[in-house]
Design a protein around this ligand. Structure first.
Ligand code: UDP
Length: 252
């Protein structure tokens, strides 16, 4: 990237201080530059996971854009006197890209979630944004032996942006592994986005999102998420006891 994006390091994990509009602008510029790039949507659980998973940490720190995808990250920065513009989540990025696609023909590919879920998300987006170019969908439960075939399908669909929803850290590692052979300018890890866009999982009410309580809503609707939620008190403890581990950095 030519231009330096202001960033914050949280416990060695670099997150860019971008608004949604800026994130979309960077993504569209990456598409034009056509060099395979990785975008990460970082939430509090990812910061905790990256403390014990140096592979994940390296991938995040090498990524070309890392958006602040949780109120926890905004809160941690604010406590240190650093203003992050706003939350930039995977769901909102995909919805915005779908809107842009309907206007410009930007080609999107959806990889991840249970069979049928990405297709249903695509169907709903086509209703919302007629003309949106979702050029392919594939579920995220394929065997390692099928990976080459999945890569071929994506390559042949020639998307501009690949949205990968296989959960943290699987999606980040998958993108890092295949980015250079996919022939796709931008690959983004987007977590549970297709579950939400397909209507399979309802998003938390806005008031809960604003209070930073979306996690509570998610656990109530999906108890399997409990183990991930256990990382949140750890994140809060890390922030409260090691404030100096948060600092402003500048992306190279
Ligand atoms: N998933 C997948 N393949 C896997 C494991 C998970 O496609 O091997 C999907 C899962 O169905 C869900 C998404 O990845 O749609 C993970 O959603 P979650 O909200 O847990 O994402 P995270 O909180 O990790 O960002």
């Amino acid at each position: 990237m030519q231009e330096r994006i202001p960033a914050v390091s949280l416990f060695g994990v670099r997150v860019h201080a971008v608004s949604m509009d800026e994130a979309i602008r960077y993504i569209l510029r990456f598409v034009q530059e056509s060099v395979p790039r990785q975008v990460v949507t970082a939430d509090s659980s990812m910061v905790v996971m990256a403390q014990s998973d140096s592979g994940l940490r390296d991938i995040i720190n090498r990524a070309h854009l890392v958006t602040p995808d949780s109120i926890g990250i905004l809160w941690a920065c604010r406590r240190r006197g650093i203003a992050m513009p706003e939350r930039v989540s995977g769901v909102d990025i995909v919805a915005r890209l779908a809107q842009v696609s309907a206007q410009t023909g930007l080609r999107l590919y959806f990889l991840g979630a249970q069979p049928g879920v990405a297709d249903e998300a695509a169907r709903r987006l086509r209703q919302l944004f007629p003309g949106v170019q979702i050029v392919g969908c594939h579920h995220g439960y394929f065997a390692p032996e099928a990976e080459a075939e999945v890569v071929t399908q994506i390559r042949e669909a020639r998307p501009d942006v690949l949205c990968v929803a296989m959960g943290i850290p699987k999606q980040e590692k998958w993108i890092d592994r295949y980015r250079h052979v996919l022939g796709v300018p931008v690959s983004i890890g987007v977590g549970g986005t297709f579950d939400v866009l397909s209507g399979r999982v309802r998003r938390a009410p806005l008031c809960l999102q604003r209070m930073g309580m979306e996690w509570l809503w998610r656990v109530a609707h999906n108890p399997r998420k409990f183990s991930k939620v256990l990382l949140l008190p750890r994140f809060a403890w890390m922030i409260l006891t090691h404030q100096k581990a948060i600092e402003v950095v500048c992306d190279e």
